[in-house]
Design a protein around this ligand. Structure first.
Ligand code: IMP
Ligand code: MG
Length: 185
């Protein structure tokens, strides 16, 4: 795999801007969920760095759980809309205040399906917190109750977002230079 520096066309959101926005989101969520019934549901794998930093900025008591979904359909950048649960939550979410934590909402299909799936389990509330919102590409209309940043329609990586599973560790969100990026063999 290439070094990220060779495929980065620009840093879209630097580490400091991410952390200060996440601190604001954490403060807002702490105020909105004061009573200890909050369950953060992280969508694997992209939501992990965001979940960790967000959680450290939430001062009210809360729980966390994880789920993995994958979209049906073959192509990498296309999805049929429906998702398959690859790993379900461990916890019962009935009567919990569930907050979905996602790296990015793109077409919106993933979040729309997950919301539908969790809704039938009767949580007390069900809301969405997304770090990035690529709203030009929306196909499914989904609510985003807490949003970090609106971003343009560019393929980004870092801070949870992967390029063929690499670079999720980077502390910033960068734009890929698609002319320089080669698929790993
Ligand atoms: P959606 O179902 O189209 O909203 O897609 C959501 C998923 O696609 C995200 O959870 C990401 O894993 C992935 N994704 C969408 N845009 C990007 C991007 O620019 N970089 C990396 N992953 C992306
Ligand atoms: Mg991905």
């Amino acid at each position: 795999m290439q070094n990220y520096k060779d495929i980065l066309s620009e840093i879209l959101i630097d580490a400091e801007s991410l952390q200060s926005r996440i601190a604001e989101l954490g403060a807002q969520i702490s105020a909105d969920y004061p009573d200890g019934n909050l369950l953060l549901v992280c969508i694997l794998r992209g939501g992990v760095p965001f979940l960790v930093d967000l959680s450290r900025n939430i001062t009210s008591p809360h729980m966390m759980d994880f789920m993995a979904v994958s979209s049906y359909g073959s192509g990498k950048r296309e999805s049929s809309g429906a998702v398959r649960v690859a790993m379900d939550l461990q916890m019962n979410i009935h009567d919990k205040d569930v907050l979905l934590v996602e790296d990015i909402v793109d077409s919106g299909n993933t979040i729309a399906s997950v919301l539908e799936l969790l809704h039938v389990r009767q949580p007390r509330s069900l809301k969405v917190c997304a770090l990035l919102d690529k709203d030009e590409r929306r196909e499914s209309i989904v609510p985003i109750h807490y949003r970090g940043f609106k971003i343009p329609n560019k393929f980004v990586f870092g801070y949870g977002l992967d390029l063929d599973e690499y670079y999720r560790n980077l502390p910033f969100v960068g734009v890929v230079d698609l002319e320089k990026y080669k698929l790993p063999d």
